[in-house]
Design a protein around this ligand. Structure first.
Ligand code: GDP
Ligand code: MG
Length: 163
């Protein structure tokens, strides 16, 4: 059985867009509006000749902000248990949010490889904006654009090296 990689992060950061790009087959449904109930999606991918399974986490139910946060935490806990490596996706358009900080807190104590992926870096200006994500305390980050594919190669190179 190959390695398992989970993509975690709050809704609307672009997890499903990246997942769909990786599996090159549309399985997860991309939500324009966050907060729709979705299940976890599994797919197969490979990079540099290394195969791995990938989990797109979602399944968030919006009740109150409290329920919302708990569900994200649950998804992160599941990913920590199940995956060999974790991609923590954040969004350069919104910058660091409280929910990002909560997820980062859970991930800082994880021994497995964690890759901080700053998404929606569609141009060079946005690459500069990404520096604020150092504040999450997870060290180096990768910038990417799941929409145009920019930067995803560097992230995947680093990822499969750790699998
Ligand atoms: P998820 O909730 O984390 O799975 O996020 P989705 O993949 O559903 O994406 C949420 C929204 O962000 C959608 O409207 C996407 O088209 C948009 N999006 C995703 N990746 C990018 C990106 O790299 N750049 C920009 N500008 N928008 C993106
Ligand atoms: Mg999604």
């Amino acid at each position: 059985m190959g390695a398992i990689v989970a993509i975690v992060g709050r809704p609307n950061v672009g997890k499903s867009t990246f997942f769909n790009r990786l599996i090159q087959r549309r399985e997860a449904i991309v939500d324009a509006v966050s907060g729709v109930t979705r299940d976890r999606h599994y797919g197969k991918s490979d990079w540099n000749g290394k195969e791995f399974s990938i989990i797109d986490t979602g399944g968030y139910v919006v009740g109150s902000d409290d329920v919302f946060e708990k569900e994200i935490d649950r998804q992160v806990e599941l990913a920590i248990e199940e995956a060999d490596a974790i991609i923590f996706m954040v969004d350069v358009e919104t910058g660091v949010t409280g929910m990002d900080e909560d997820v980062a807190k859970l991930l800082r104590r994880v021994k497995k490889p964690v890759f901080l992926a700053v998404n929606k870096v569609d141009n060079a200006k946005r690459a500069e904006d990404a520096v604020e994500f150092y504040s999450l305390g997870l060290g180096e980050y990768f910038t990417l654009s799941s929409i145009n594919g920019g930067g995803s190669g560097e992230l995947l190179d680093a990822l499969v090296e750790k699998l």
